[in-house]
Design a protein around this ligand. Structure first.
Ligand code: NAD
Length: 492
């Protein structure tokens, strides 16, 4: 896949396999704010996946890539510098294809560049260790690249979610096949163009194919020539991938769904916290795995929180992401918008109290995939609409009497991605953070994700960790080499 040149406004992309463009751009990609066609992408499948896997296998087995950490760092640093030079245009394209507001797109591009730089640094520091378990016996443990990695990227944060997998995979010395989401393939092509065209990148080290369906992605999961798969998406597809991967026993990195709870204790300043929770719930229009979905507030502050949260959500300005005044953009497409709107309507019909009904806005915004935020209050944390991940601007408010109930309610979920605790009591904040069964817990903050810090899920939110040093574990194998040189002076 490429953009024809490295210029990001060329909106026509093909596959990129073994160092060359292939395929025909035929599938339209639309701006979710207004339905306008932005460009076209190639519609591949199992054939392209097979060719890409074969190219990645050859590059891993025959090129110098896996054994050249300095080359890997050079390529990653040059890629980061090229992205920096185009950061503004990339952010605009991200907003146009994904819908997110421009400030969030700019933040995502900056985060992605920072993350490429971070993994460029690590490329030259992937140490193993040596120990002497018995006198005269040396056990050398090396961290080696896992081989060919398949990376399946979603549309909601297509810069950071690609880079947090591709960065450690390339730093570790893997070769890769990337399958972007069809909805944001044009953006991913622009992001990848300077990397794919790097003169020192051996052909086949990075291959990319796009598809409207999922036959190619399914082949990545089942192929015996793919050594590691990194999937970011829903828990349901994650389970399917796990089943398909079983026969080949490949390494699995699964970053799946979430249902984040925000625990607000009685000492919190409700007036200050509510707008931050409203923002945390509507980031990327609520289409972020870590978005706030449940607010658990101490019973003594319930009435105040109902008013403050409904007010803060209602005050958010919906509009095209490209308009700097917009605070919430459209959902990814009208099909998703309709599905989420139906889930929210059903929740409103079942909830104890509807505090903000949300719904599809009229007027100019009706042309796009917009949905107004909704808020309900409900007592039973077992209700379907509390337990499911509704991937849009929808928030459930619950209340608790004490710390134990707050923890029990928050842990009443099959997910375990992230949560937040809001209180001025430092000891309580840490105590509760330790008791929550989540990969990330924020204290007096939400949605803070950093290139240097591992993110991942407990329970059905996934396997493995991305971002940070530990992401290398998902793309490496440990090898033990045993040597017995003996001890000087001892009998051989
Ligand atoms: P999705 O599960 O619908 O994923 C769609 C992708 O899965 C497509 O790329 C498709 O090709 C692929 N796919 C479908 N069937 C497949 C199969 N049988 N084998 C292999 N691949 C297959 O998810 P989505 O709508 O793209 O993303 C939204 C979900 O992603 C939400 O659940 C969200 O929480 C999750 N997410 C998680 C994180 C995280 O870090 N944990 C980050 C972002 C998004």
């Amino acid at each position: 896949m490429r953009t024809g040149s490295t210029h990001v406004t060329t909106l026509s992309t093909t596959h990129w396999i073994d160092g060359a463009a292939t395929g025909t751009a035929s599938l339209p990609s639309e701006d979710p704010a207004n339905g306008q066609v932005l460009g076209h992408l190639a519609d591949g499948g199992a054939t392209e996946a097979q060719a890409a896997i074969a190219a990645a296998r050859r590059a891993f087995d025959r090129s110098a890539w896996a054994a050249s950490p300095r080359l890997r760092q050079r390529v990653l640093l040059d890629w980061a510098a090229a992205l920096q030079a185009q950061a503004g245009a990339l952010a605009e394209l991200l907003t146009r294809e994904n819908g997110k507001v421009i400030a969030q797109a700019r933040g995502e591009i900056a985060g992605a560049i920072s993350e490429v730089e971070y993994y460029a640094g690590l490329a030259r520091h992937i140490p193993g260790h040596v120990l002497e378990p018995e006198p005269g016996v040396l056990s050398t443990v090396l961290r080696e690249p896992a081989g060919v990695a398949g990376i399946i990227v979603p549309w909601n944060a297509p810069a950071v979610l690609l880079v947090r997998a591709l960065g450690p995979a390339l730093a570790a010395g893997c070769t890769v096949v990337v399958k972007p989401a069809a909805q944001t393939t044009l953006f991913n092509a622009a992001l990848l163009a300077p990397l794919l065209q790097h003169p020192q990148l051996p052909p086949g080290v990075v291959n990319v194919f796009s598809e409207a369906g999922s036959a190619g992605a399914a082949l990545l999961a089942s192929s015996h020539e793919v050594d590691a798969i990194c999937f970011t998406g829903s828990t349901a597809v994650g389970k399917t991938i796990m089943r398909s991967a079983a026969d080949s026993m490949k390494k699995l990195s699964l970053e799946l769904g979430g249902n984040s709870a925000c625990l607000v204790f009685a000492d919190a300043d409700i007036g200050a916290v509510a707008p931050r929770l409203a923002q945390a719930a509507t980031i990327i229009s609520g289409q972020q795995c870590t978005a706030a979905r449940r607010v658990l507030v101490h019973a003594s502050r319930l009435g105040q929180m109902k008013r403050a949260l409904a007010g803060a959500l209602d005050a958010l300005r919906l509009g095209p992401g490209i308009d700097p005044a917009s605070q919430v953009g459209p959902l990814i497409d009208r099909r998703s918008r309709d599905a989420v709107a139906a889930q929210v309507a059903q929740a409103c019909a079942q909830a104890d109290e509807v505090l903000l009904r949300g719904g599809v806005p009229d007027g100019e915004l009706a042309q796009g995939a917009f949905l107004k935020p909704a808020l309900v209050y409900h007592r039973d944390s077992g209700a379907d609409f509390v337990q499911e991940e509704i991937f849009g601007p929808f928030l459930v408010l619950e209340s608790f009497e004490d710390e134990a109930e707050a923890i029990a309610r928050a842990n009443h979920t099959v997910f375990g991605l992230s949560a937040s605790v809001w209180t001025h009591d430092g000891a309580r904040a840490l105590r509760v953070a330790r008791a929550l069964r989540n990969g990330t817990v924020w204290i007096n903050a939400h949605n803070k994700l950093l290139p240097e810090v591992e993110t991942g899920g407990y329970r059905q939110s996934g396997l493995g960790r991305l971002h940070g040093y530990d992401a290398l574990a998902d793309f490496t194998e440990l090898k033990h080499i045993y040597q017995a040189p003996g001890v000087a002076g001892a009998a051989p």
